[in-house]
Write a protein that binds this ligand. Structure first.
Ligand SMILES: Nc1ncnc2c1ncn2[C@@H]1O[C@H](COP(=O)(O)OP(=O)(O)OP(=O)(O)O)[C@@H](O)[C@H]1O
Ligand SMILES: [Mg+2]
Length: 331
């Protein structure tokens, strides 16, 4: 593996980069490192994006960006941390307003209101807010490259599977609806008010379908989008990555590469005074690195060491970024 630098030298058309993978293995660290490199070395106007409610970008850059809009940290490097809960609330209010407008009501009926409020607990609402925000930012075309640090849910793309089903379903409904309009145009005009609100429902459905389509187009566009997964040399992470890879394949999402993170320096094994504890951990990792190589082969684009301290703050991000880009570890 030659590092992410070599990958981006080959794939100069990439505008969107997504880091996904199981929780806690290094998505935020990798996306921040790549963003730092793109902004400082490649002079690209870079947007680093997250909807993690843990405010992990604020954490790693040691500055509070959460819910504060797009912020420039250093020249060319912009960060935005979307407050997804707030977006969900805004979306719910929008739905309530639409119901009131559609049916000419002053207030949303209590039962419906309760139902709408209960949807905030749905992970799908949160995901949908994430994808909406992503698609919106990309559509504005204000940046050369967009780097998405996905929150730790369903590898960040479970929604694509749902989107596919939902999209087909909406297609069926709209088709049926169009047929009715075709056959029954006169009767429909005679119906007056009822027709108008039905058309609004139809418009809503089409809007949802278009949003989903925009997002799926974005994430499956092989020319514009690079999709990475991060893993560590441990059994669970390997099993999980395999599962995710299969899911992505089924969804038509091509994984661009794997970043192997948190590798202990194998040279330490030369040290006769090395503790048994460390020796065992290193040997275990070396075993799993072999497995990773067998299973994922050419997908591996970078191998990043375990750092002696937490990769936090610009100085450490710069170091982490060099390891991700040049990938000095060989295995
Ligand atoms: N190579 C590394 N060396 C040392 N510590 C690391 C390394 N990579 C990540 N970490 C640390 O491991 C923790 C998890 O990393 P990170 O936040 O990047 O993972 P994540 O995949 O974004 O997690 P989440 O799924 O919770 O968003 C952090 O505390 C980070 O500082
Ligand atoms: Mg994270």
């Amino acid at each position: 593996m030659k590092g992410l630098g070599e990958f981006f030298d080959r794939r100069r058309d990439v505008e969107i980069v997504i880091f996904a993978g199981k929780g806690g293995l290094g998505k935020t660290t990798s996306s921040s490192s790549l963003a730092y490199y793109m902004a400082t070395v490649k002079n690209k106007k870079t947007l680093l994006f997250s909807t993690d409610p843990q405010a992990s970008l604020s954490d790693i850059f040691e500055r509070d960006f959460f819910g504060k809009g797009v912020t420039e940290i250093i020249p060319n490097l912009y960060v935005v941390e979307i407050d997804a809960d707030r977006r969900v609330a805004e979306y719910q209010n929008e739905v309530k307003q639409k119901i009131k407008d559609m049916y000419g009501l002053d207030e949303v009926p209590a039962e419906i209101e309760e139902y709408i409020d209960s949807t905030s607990a749905e992970p799908a609402m949160y995901e949908s807010a994430t994808y909406d925000a992503m698609a919106e930012l990309v559509a504005q075309k204000n940046f050369d490259i967009y780097i998405f640090d996905m929150p730790p849910f369903g590898h960040g793309v479970r929604m694509v599977a749902m989107a596919d089903i939902l999209s087909k379903w909406i297609e069926k409904i709209t088709e049926a609806r169009e047929k009715v309009v075709e056959y029954d145009e006169v009767a429909a005009t005679l119906k007056g008010g009822g027709q108008a609100s039905e058309d609004m429902v139809m418009k809503e459905l089409l809007d949802i379908r278009n949003k989903i389509k925009n997002f799926t187009d974005l994430i499956t566009d092989r020319k514009r989008t690079a999709f990475f997964m991060v893993l560590i040399p441990e059994s669970m992470a390997i099993v999980d990555t395999e599962r995710a890879l299969k899911m992505f394949n089924d969804l038509g999402i091509e994984m661009s590469g794997l970043v192997v993170n948190q590798i202990y320096p194998v040279e330490l094994l030369q040290n006769p005074n090395l503790s048994e504890f460390l020796r065992n951990r290193i040997l275990m990792q070396q075993q799993y690195l072999k497995v990773i190589k067998e299973k994922f082969g050419d997908y591996i684009v970078a191998a990043v060491p375990m750092f002696t301290r937490e990769p936090k703050g610009l100085e450490m991000i710069k170091i982490a970024s060099e390891d991700l880009i040049h990938s000095k570890i060989k295995f």
